[in-house]
Ligand binder design. Structure first.
Ligand code: NAD
Length: 322
């Protein structure tokens, strides 16, 4: 059956937004893709029905759609990046994202959009629960008492609360996913905005047998990583569900950053050594996702192994570099 829903994807030129745009388009949705970047700069060629280059911090950008019936908004646009970027940058992240978030919510409210999705983050979880590599998986309720990591985490937590208030006061239908380290092909792997899996794939792809690659921190810090295809499925299952509270979309397989690097080195077939740069930021000491709630409320679990996801990611990044 043809899907007749008309949806807006914001941040459609970004890593997750570009995959989501094509995923929804392939399912038959009418997709309006919006990003401040020109489509020619997206890593993935967008298959959207409409592509708009707009700065969503300006309310006027949203005005362009006010006479149109929009069923859903997938709000992924954000000023964000890897650990280096979010440790260094505070005010622009909080300002830009808060402006975009308010505009998205106001548009949804005034235009009676049926539901709005927000990409929150594992960065909302308190630093005091993430002090050892062997960390307990984080449950959604662990977000309070709040002490998020960096300005980025506070901005996400504030938006979650704002969505809760819009739901309560205006009856807005909200969906909130807390993403935990999403990775895959067609994302930034070269700039300061690249995340650990992509940055390590790039270092490994550029290295020659016998070289060393440098890992930020002592390499014993831990994280869990989710492949993009699992993330897209999670977004859609959440969007189609009735669950309107924040929920983790991540993996519960905890690895050290050194282990992550060793998996990528093995995929490359190269013989490389690992060095550590203790002067670089490493974020919290350990972070893992508890998936009990997401399994219960939408029946979602990850399906793609870290090895398989990294193989696909490494292949794409090394092909871009060669
Ligand atoms: N990738 C992850 O692991 C991860 C983890 C947690 C949360 N998230 C959240 O998921 C969402 C998507 O993440 P991503 O990894 O695809 O990020 P990304 O940086 O690849 O994409 C974000 C996109 O938003 C666009 N954008 C930024 N400012 C804009 C503006 N003013 N107007 C219009 N577009 C603007 C950027 O140009 C970019 O294309 C973000 O909200 C991010 O905070 C991602």
């Amino acid at each position: 059956m043809k899907n007749t829903l008309k949806v807006i994807v914001t941040g459609a030129c970004g890593f997750i937004g570009s995959h989501l745009t094509n995923y929804l388009r392939n399912k038959g949705y009418y997709v309006i893709a919006i990003d401040k970047k020109p489509a020619s700069k997206c890593f993935l060629k967008l298959k959207a029905d409409e592509i708009w280059q707009l700065d969503l911090r300006d309310q006027i950008s949203w005005e362009l759609f006010k006479r149109r019936k929009i069923d859903r908004i997938y709000h992924l646009a954000a000023n964000m990046g890897g650990i280096g970027y979010i440790t260094r940058v505070g005010a622009p992240i909080m300002r830009d994202n808060t402006q975009m978030n308010i505009n998205a919510l106001e548009f949804a409210r005034k235009n009676k959009v049926d539901r709005i999705f927000f990409s929150s983050s594992a960065c909302v979880y308190p630093v005091y629960k993430q002090t050892t590599p062997n960390v307990k998986p984080l449950k959604e309720e662990d977000a309070y008492p709040a002490d998020p990591n960096e300005s980025y985490g506070w901005e996400k937590l504030y938006m979650e609360k704002m969505m809760e208030a819009y739901a309560k006061d205006y009856g807005l239908n909200v969906r909130i996913a807390r993403f935990h380290n999403i990775y895959g092909p067609y994302g930034d792997f070269e700039s300061e905005r690249a995340k650990a899996p992509a940055a390590i794939c790039r270092k490994v792809a550029l290295a020659k047998d016998g070289d060393s690659i440098t890992i930020w921190g002592d390499g014993k810090q831990t994280r869990s990583f989710l492949y993009i295809d699992d993330c897209l499925r999670g977004i859609e299952m959440l969007m189609n569900s009735d669950y309107d509270k924040p929920v983790n979309i991540g993996s519960d397989r905890l690895v050290t950053i050194d282990e992550l690097a060793r998996i990528i080195i093995k995929i490359s077939g190269k013989k490389l050594k690992i060095k550590h740069d203790l002067s670089k930021p490493q974020g919290v000491r350990g972070r893992n996702a508890d998936l009990t709630l997401v399994k219960k409320v939408i029946g979602w679990t990850p399906q793609i192994s870290l090895e398989e996801g990294l193989r696909r990611t490494y292949q794409w990044i090394s092909s871009q570099l060669s």
